[in-house]
Design a protein around this ligand. Sequence first.
Ligand code: SAH
Length: 266
Amino acid sequence: MDLKKLLTAILFLLLFLPAYSQRMAIMGAMDQEISILVEALDKPKVTAIGGIDFYTGQLKEKKVVILKAGIGKVNAAYSTAVLTQNFNLEGLIFTGVAGGLHPEALPGDIVIGTAMVQVDFGLLDSEGFTPWNFKDLSGEPYSELLLNADSSLIQLSLQASKLAEYQLISNRKPRIFQGIISTSDLFVSDPVKADWLYSEFNSLATEMEGAAVAHVCRLLGLPFVVIRSCSDNANTDAHINFNEFVGPAAANSANLVLRMVELMPH
Ligand code: SAH
């Protein structure tokens, strides 16, 4: 190779490699869930792809891309697919709010998802509903119902949960839970359904995106973790509680994620 070609190749790498260097993805479903993080971005840049605004920049000196996925499993899976096809990612953190199912998981509390489960995929017959394991793209079922989060990201979330600044609800310091989080395309506002999700799936909180994101991450081998703070308890008052507590709950989860990226190697 002559010198001119070599210099052109080096120039090309210098120009384009930084744009494609690895980032941590941070995703929420709603504006309230990502706003604190977007505002904390250093040197922010917005790129619109496929109807999604991707905010890139540095968060606590860590390269990140932040996006709002939209509400529900379909939006979440679409957004994860567009994200992963356009950015070079080292992992994905989902941050947001959920309905607490554990009797002591009250508004403002944190649930770190060690595994995700989709609870509206299965067989509906005269006997009722039987959940099915996820199937891969060829149609083969996975052997496990659960989608496991990345163990390093779980550990980091736990560490960060002890350091994060929280907004207190009724003067109560948030409790930190770790365990299964369930996902369906349903806003759960029924104590009987909430009990079923808790006893049948052992899930501590329920929401509308996590398992869809987790499924795409598993297909692509991308490490992920889902962090949620309770906005309500998936009971009759869920709508009222959601409107009252979505702000502080979304902030608690986002502040935990801020601490998390601070603890990550740059
Ligand atoms: N009133 C809002 C409702 C959004 S749906 C609106 O009309 O825009 C609720 C969002 O918060 C979803 O993104 C879901 O992941 C989460 N969530 C909070 N509480 C929930 C519950 N009880 N059941 C299911 N999802 C819940």
